[in-house]
Design a protein around this ligand. Structure first.
Ligand SMILES: Nc1nc2c(c(=O)[nH]1)N[C@H]1C(S)=C(S)[C@@H](COP(=O)(O)O)O[C@H]1N2
Ligand SMILES: [Mo]
Length: 255
């Protein structure tokens, strides 16, 4: 897929809502580019967001039975990483790689993969929904992000968690960010295992985020560094994520 057509198509999915994605896919681009219609969609999204806040964003995303797992889980976005540092660690099965946890924390951490694998683990079978119009059910395992953040001790000023990734689109690094409600959600994990095997490169080795209440692009792959910040201003393009900066995707993609 060429970068250009990808960006153009993604540019149409401005709200990041699944419904908008479905409209684009069913050829309603004209309708969607109509400002009045867009306004209605966006206010519906606000309402939906408000009701989620009232119902509690702590609610769990649906979990599935092993028998419901998709036979094939597509890999999307970057499936390989060109960065030489990453390639070196991939070749060594990430044995000497460490995850950096820093920013507004009392105790910055450098966590080897072995440490992430031996902490208390959470396993969940969930459905991944990509705004490009596909979904897949997979099994994910890893420590809860909240547990890792508690080890580091968040400063009182921390408001967001930023995930810095190893891959890029052109010159732009992939990154994502979430607020503390999502960061401490029980299903938000640093997954190193997928479908009972260590994560492969295509799906984000050595670790990728699972933020189960959010759409696909929030699930950062190839996470190298977890940073606690007070504001997203000045972090890359300032909108909280690669697609948010480049294509106007909604930062809040919660369902
Ligand atoms: N680092 C990084 N994370 C990423 C992406 C990417 O290209 N790079 N693509 C996102 C998108 S749009 C989706 S749908 C999922 C795809 O995850 P998968 O390859 O495991 O299916 O990863 C998300 N996280
Ligand atoms: Mo996606």
């Amino acid at each position: 897929m060429s970068g250009k057509s990808l960006l153009t198509r993604r540019g149409l999915i401005r709200s990041g809502a699944l419904g908008a994605g479905a409209l684009v896919l069913s050829g309603c681009d004209k309708l969607y580019s109509n400002p009045a219609f867009r306004g209605a969609l966006e206010s519906a999204e606000d309402l939906h967001r408000a009701s989620q806040r009232l119902l509690g964003r702590e609610a769990l995303a649906r979990e599935y039975a092993a028998s419901q797992m998709s036979p094939i889980f597509r890999a999307n976005g970057n499936r390989e990483v060109g960065d030489p540092f990453y390639k070196r660690h991939l070749a060594q099965a990430f044995e000497r790689w460490v995850l950096t946890v820093d920013g507004l924390v009392r105790q910055p951490l450098a966590l080897p993969l072995s440490a992430l694998r031996t902490m208390p683990q959470r396993t969940q079978i969930t459905r991944h929904d990509c705004v490009e119009g596909w979904s897949a059910i997979g099994k994910w395992e890893g420590p809860q992000l909240g547990h890792v953040l508690d080890m580091a001790g968040l400063a009182d000023t921390a408001r967001y968690i930023v995930f810095h990734c190893a891959d890029s689109f052109g010159a732009a690094r992939y990154y994502e960010s979430i607020d503390l409600v999502d960061a401490f959600h029980p299903q938000t994990i640093l997954a190193w295992r997928m479908n009972d095997r260590p994560l492969d490169e295509a799906h984000g080795a050595p670790i990728r985020m699972r933020v189960e209440r959010q759409l696909g692009y929030k699930h950062a792959k190839y996470v190298m560094r977890v940073e606690a910040v007070a504001s997203l201003d000045g972090v890359y393009g300032g909108k909280g994520g690669f697609w948010e900066d480049s294509s106007g995707y909604a930062w809040y993609a919660g369902i």
